[in-house]
Design a protein around this ligand. Structure first.
Ligand SMILES: NC(=O)c1ccc[n+]([C@@H]2O[C@H](COP(=O)([O-])OP(=O)(O)OC[C@H]3O[C@@H](n4cnc5c(N)ncnc54)[C@H](O)[C@@H]3O)[C@@H](O)[C@H]2O)c1
Length: 242
């Protein structure tokens, strides 16, 4: 399947990214685990073992992205799979949202996804093979009060996914997005109890998702079994959006 392939995973230190890194390593892939959080990132890479190496960079910095991805390619020789997973929230009602609150979320979630994809696509297009999996969100499909910046960034990721899928298809580089619902991670743990229980009422399967739920779909999309699927947005949300 993805044995011996090289997967670059952004935001791989914790949560969904760490879940994907562990799942891919179990399937035999070699992992370039990237994150801005060095301490947690190194610990996660160490827990995975010799298949994983940690690289620190901020996906919103063009210079850092280009330099570190060059280094990753030197060390691993190639990149077969890219998972654009790093992302942040900064929730506020719109009338209280400052331009900085808006910009930082867009810079990381959308511009960061563009910068990393551009650097990695150069390698994939040359070798006529690649799988790109962008972690969007159901919020990018349905919107959410208090998350105008986040929703716009994730809707942007979805449109970006479809455009790249069209642009790269002739070179056998497939691009898909996963839209998770409510997944238990550092990002959602910081939400107040009341908001968490309100979310749960919207989930027909009546439980929160786990990073493994998302990782299983990411593994499928990275595998040979998904070789005729591109430009899609697939929700992993316990039935929240249907
Ligand atoms: N948890 C959910 O319910 C949920 C739902 C839908 C989508 N998502 C998306 O899943 C992705 C992963 O989120 P998570 O829930 O695992 O949260 P998380 O906070 O556990 O993981 C995000 C990771 O991204 C890293 N990161 C943040 N900014 C970065 C930057 N500028 N450069 C490099 N790394 C950076 C963080 O250090 C962290 O390790 C995000 O894109 C998020 O928007 C999460």
């Amino acid at each position: 399947m993805i044995k011996e392939q090289v997967a670059l995973i952004t935001g791989g230190a914790s949560g969904i990214g760490a879940g994907i890194a562990k799942r891919f390593a179990r399937a035999g892939a070699r992992i370039a685990l990237c994150d801005i959080d060095e301490e947690t990132g190194r610990a996660t890479a160490q827990a995975i073992g010799e298949k994983a190496r940690f690289y620190k960079f901020d996906i919103s910095s063009e210079e850092e992205v280009d330099n570190i991805i060059k280094k990753i390619v030197e060390e691993f020789q190639t990149i077969d799979i890219l998972v654009n997973n790093a992302g942040i929230t900064n929730d506020k009602l719109l009338i209280r949202m400052t331009p900085d609150d808006w910009r930082r979320v867009l810079d990381v979630n959308l511009t960061g996804t563009f910068l990393v994809t551009r650097a990695v696509a150069r390698i994939m297009l040359k070798k006529h093979y690649g799988r790109i999996i962008n972690i969007a969100s159901v919020i990018g499909l349905i919107g959410n009060a208090g998350q105008a910046n986040y929703a716009a960034s994730k809707a942007g990721v979805i449109a970006f996914t479809k455009s790249c899928a069209k642009e790269f298809a002739r070179r056998n580089v497939l691009v898909n997005a996963i839209a998770p619902g409510f997944i238990k991670t550092r990002m959602t743990d910081k939400l107040p109890e009341e908001i968490q229980s309100n979310y749960l009422k919207l989930v027909p399967l009546n439980r929160f998702g786990t990073p493994e739920d998302v990782a299983n779909l990411a593994l499928f999309l990275a595998s040979d079994q998904a070789s005729y699927i591109t430009g899609q947005v697939i929700t992993v949300d316990g039935g929240m959006v249907m």
